[in-house]
Ligand binder design. Sequence first.
Ligand code: UDP
Length: 256
Amino acid sequence: MVSEDLNRLSGDIQLIVDGKRLDGRGFDELRPINIKVGVLKRADGSCYLEMGKNKVVAAVYGPREVHPRHLADPVKAVVRYRYSMAPFSVEERKRPGPDRRSIEISKVSREAIEAVVMKELFPRSGIDVFVEVLQADAGTRTACLNAASVALVDAGVPMRGLISSVAVAKVDDILVLDPMKEEDNYGQADIPFAFFIRNDKIESIALLQMDGRVSRDEFKQALEMAKKGAMEIYQMQKEAIKAKYMIESEEVNSDE
Ligand code: UDP
């Protein structure tokens, strides 16, 4: 076993070197994000999103009839969210099918999405959101929420705003935005956030989880860092949605 592996096992890996993160980012810097809207022909709405080395795809179906029928709600739409990791998305093959972690992520992500979807407009119907992780490098729940939010817009589902999501981690006693795998694995804390953003303004927190410990002041600082990061993501989500509709309207115009 090489000494680097031994360091890792003892949790002694240095994550901040000469004031920089291992991938060269500043403390409040996001990983590069790439968003493509409308990538799947058979879904009502879809989105492919890269957040650093994470690669995820979201597919939305609905509003449509709910199956099984007894799950339908007479006053509002039922939102379902399925988070799933491909077996090849992680270092150690992931056994296909739901596990405790993916069931938990699906639940908290659905609750976040429900904060923005105008469910009351579609009684007795269902809106299904499927997110698939193709490549994972920490922060997959945040990447998936960002993709799901865009896919819902692409499906034409009426929404109060967008969900933008990013995590903050504490590594080597320093708070860092959007942790990658090494920071997530060997850091002291990991705090994924999601925000409901409307008209360029953060309305509320739609998801907040925490692994590890931070002080009250660190938490406040983490929240501010996450808000700033989420606003940057929000702008990229809006740009990606606009880009798709600009291309479509150009195609329509050139057909005329
Ligand atoms: N991971 C893994 N195998 C698993 C689950 C997770 O290798 O079965 C890795 C993956 O890279 C993931 C990271 O651990 O992104 C962090 O997982 P966590 O549960 O914190 O969720 P995430 O940060 O992806 O939302």
